[in-house]
Design a protein around this ligand. Sequence first.
Ligand code: GLP
Length: 240
Amino acid sequence: MTATKHELLRSHLQNLIERELAPDERLPTERDLAQEFGVSRMTVRQALERLENERRVYRVRGAGTFVARPAITKSIELTSFSDDMRRRGLAPGAHLRTAESVPAGASVGFALGLSPADEVVHLERVRTADGVPMCIEHTYLAAALVPKLLDRPFDNSLYDLLRDQYHIRLVRAEQSIRATVLDEATATLLQVPAFSPALLVERTAYDQRDRPVERAMSTYRGDRYAFEIEVVRPATDGTA
Ligand code: GLP
């Protein structure tokens, strides 16, 4: 698959931010980037706006776009279950319950930019921390991006496997978190009473080329899990 101009622009900007420029150094102008990549200035502006929303660059009116200092808090990083558990000093684990290739269907297909009939790999895993069940995860991955995934073992981190075997690094995600209660089957798997409170986390994760790679629904025990989220006031909205 050849990269589109948009993807090339995005990876060029990422490379500038991560490797070539230091914090507070200026990026090339919108006009120069548009010319270099043969895209409209609107396209460049959108790419820069996204990076600004991710707080990887900041803009100064009349002066340009600059590389931001890396965020100091961990809570807004895109982490895996294994990362989260290790940070809490717990040993992550996974029991695989289902591993199959199925049609994406409407909702997963929409999230992954696929048609409903396209194949996805579905994994259902009980995630544990120090051997205690914490979360049930249903993960869907575009099958075309992860050939032979079903032939591989899944007892460790999926994100590590994607990175090491497929060179797919998940770099950002759209995520929602909402309250739910556990049905009897899920409660049994998590070893808590039926109808216990839980958190449902839905994530669509994108790789370094900004392709949607993963759609996941993770149900966490409400008694064992908390999310920390840093909230930031926009720096350049003109208000003090
Ligand atoms: C979190 C996310 C899931 C993701 C998982 C990967 O739990 N909510 O969307 O699949 O992390 O974790 P690991 O790399 O440990 O398998």
